[in-house]
Design a protein around this ligand. Sequence first.
Ligand code: ADP
Ligand code: MG
Length: 281
Amino acid sequence: MSKVLSIENLHVAIDGKEILRGVDLTLRQGEVHALMGPNGSGKSTLSYALMGHPNYEVTAGSITLDGVDVLALEPDQRAKAGIFLAFQYPTVIPGVSVANFLRHAVTNVRNPDRKEGEDLIPMRDFRKELREQMDELGVDQEFARRYLNDGFSGGEKKRAEILQLAMLRPAFAILDETDSGLDIDAVRIVSEGVNRVAARHSTGVLVITHYERILTYIKPQFVHILFGGRIVENGGPDLIKLLEKEGYNWVREKYPEAAQDEAEMEAAQQQQKTPVGAAVK
Ligand code: ADP
Ligand code: MG
């Protein structure tokens, strides 16, 4: 049965400062949505709030998955419930290999009742599956032995995120600027990876981006514009064309109140050196 992830009137604050000011968004399995918005509009804030990052305080509203209160769940329980986030800034985990990390993550997501110390999924099966997924993503087998994100290039980090997606097969995948810092070939490769997983497992996909480039490869049916911490426009692919041609000026003019908040948020973000999510995975 197709699952529904529903965000209603979501307000989120960081350090007591309101960032999201009432976001409504409904994702169904099998649907592809794009969330576009300028820097500082709150895109990553929404993805961290969905995953349960402790620094992001939900002050009002709800997130439910098939009626289950997601906000009451810890991040690991959210992953087990079928929500996956590909981070904008993946964290380096020295000492933990990609293979070891994935074997634990896959085991825990597939056997949600497993207790720590109980058996992991059998090595042979795991190795075979990992090898297949790495081949499909065009990553060298050596990749699995390296420490997670340690010394990885931008492209390798993003491929590691998509490898996790392919292995975990979530019901919902949120991709936070998976295209940022990638050259055009890498964007195509990770996009094809996402499309393959989504087609196979009927994943509901939320592509977060401020460039339209990735959306030529991962084609959304629904497009939302986040501006000043709220979704101001909902539409189809035509919205992408409009943003490409006209930028955000028309959005600013149409939503003056949101534009004021947006200007403050953009300025605040420029002052901030380390992204809040960077230290916690
Ligand atoms: P986007 O992903 O759309 O670029 P973010 O969600 O990262 O935007 O940021 C939205 C707003 O939240 C910005 O104004 C930013 O300065 C602010 N913000 C993000 N992280 C922090 C933090 N750790 N402390 C204070 N403000 C933050
Ligand atoms: Mg961001």
